[in-house]
Design a binder for this molecule. Structure first.
Ligand SMILES: Cc1ncc(COP(=O)(O)O)c(C=O)c1O
Length: 402
């Protein structure tokens, strides 16, 4: 009975989300998002912004500016690019994956003189490549390098990139969409100028808001640049002013998203960052032990790989779409597809934030063990679960009691 209403309440399937993002959101975060709306200029909301700014500072490990851009991680990306260089400026973009290519597209649209440094996907970029490019382009205004490339499953030496950029007098901007709260990140100690993230990965909140950190040096640059950023909405100095002590009005803030972000960040700080990083490490190690036991190939070398996202090469003859569809239909497990040059060749398994627990490792290994033989790839029965168990016995996952 629908009481004559045209629309019943919305229903969605319950999934185990083990893709590259979003990951699941904790119920405490979802509850916070259902709190009553208050005004974005209400003193009670300013108090929340002040608290959250400090909490984000702890997450980014910075005593400089930490706040959030209203929009997806890509809004944080575009805000950095539009704010930190002016049209015609030389901008070096280190490129080793799909999201680096997105930065190049944005930077070209903004009219920068873009110098892409393309290196092999699936590997960490040698800092020497950047050092050489900076020698060739000593007038570079901005260097951009992603910390954790989710499309390729790699971690990158951004501390070194930042040092080289500064030696050459450039600013350094990074993408920590997948790394924030999932592995070591030190905004101040690594002397970064701008880092943007997403709420939907290791922070375990829904997608739609981009936590960021900004150095005083970068803020100073934006305030004094010859022309203001061409986007008013994404001008980082205006957003920083709304989050700053004077709370100067900007656009209407996404109140419920900010409640959710506050709750998610609070939970991450309750767990402690170090324990959260350890949880990501332990579960990724267990997953990889299980995948090895299934004889699946991991194309990224141990030193270059991310814990949050594991790239798995599809065995010969296994169809990407059919495998992922079966996992979704029969096990309600989502894993990610390959993007760009990895499309159709790999699947990507995310263990991030809320989704990063041993139960999910076992659920996925069990599902792969059952499904792969149906796709013509024989596996040893029980070997993956045993290998993951043995690995967790060696390096247990800290209990996640949100
Ligand atoms: C490394 C990286 N950067 C940027 C993005 C874009 O974030 P969003 O989809 O929230 O715009 C993603 C999304 O997966 C990502 O993994």
């Amino acid at each position: 009975m629908n009481n004559g209403q045209r629309y019943e309440p919305l229903a969605v399937p319950r999934r185990v989300i083990l893709g590259p993002g979003p990951s699941s959101a904790n119920p405490r975060v979802l509850r916070a998002m259902s709190l009553p709306i208050i005004g974005y200029l209400d003193p009670a909301f300013f108090e929340l912004l002040d608290d959250l700014g400090g909490m984000l500072g702890e997450i980014f490990k910075t005593n400089q500016r930490a706040f959030a851009v209203a929009g997806a991680g890509s809004a944080g990306m575009e805000a950095g690019l539009v704010s930190l260089a002016v049209p015609g400026d030389t901008v070096i973009i280190c490129s080793y994956g799909y999201f680096c290519e997105r930065q190049i597209i944005m930077a070209e649209r903004l009219g920068f003189n873009v110098v892409p440094l393309r290196t092999e996907w699936g590997k960490s970029m040698e800092p020497q490549v950047l050092a050489d490019a900076l020698k060739q382009h000593p007038d570079t205004q901005l260097v951009v390098g992603i910390h954790a490339e989710t499309s390729a499953g790699t971690i990158q030496p951004i501390e070194e990139f930042s040092r080289l950029a500064h030696e050459s007098g450039a600013l350094f901007m990074t993408d920590v969409v997948t790394s924030l709260a999932g592995c070591e990140l030190e905004f101040d100690a690594w002397d970064l100028d701008y880092a943007y993230s997403g709420s939907q990965k290791c922070l375990a909140a829904p997608p739609g808001i981009s936590p960021v950190a900004l150095s005083e040096r970068a803020l100073e640059y934006i305030r004094n640049r010859p022309t203001p950023p061409s986007s008013w909405y994404l001008d980082l100095s205006l957003i920083a002013d709304y989050w700053g002590p004077d709370h100067i009005a900007h656009h209407t803030a996404p109140v419920s998203m900010i409640y959710g972000l506050r709750e998610a960040v609070g939970m991450a700080l309750n767990e402690t960052l170090e324990t959260r990083w350890e949880r990501h490490e332990a579960n990724a190690a267990a997953l990889r032990a299980g995948l090895d036991a299934l004889n699946l190939e991991l194309p990224v070398s141990e030193s270059d790989r991310l814990d949050q996202l594991t790239v798995v090469k599809l065995p010969k003859g296994v169809d990407d779409i059919k495998l992922r569809t079966q996992l979704l239909d029969e096990y309600s497990i989502e894993v990610g597809r390959g993007l760009g040059q990895f499309a159709g060749k790999v699947i990507r398994i995310g263990l991030m934030g809320e989704s990063c627990v041993p139960a999910n490792v076992f659920a996925l290994l069990n599902a792969l063990e059952k499904t792969l033989p149906e796709h013509g790839f024989e596996v040893a029965n029980g070997a993956a679960m045993a290998a993951a168990s043995a690995q967790l016995a060696k390096k247990p996952s800290p209990i996640y009691s949100a």
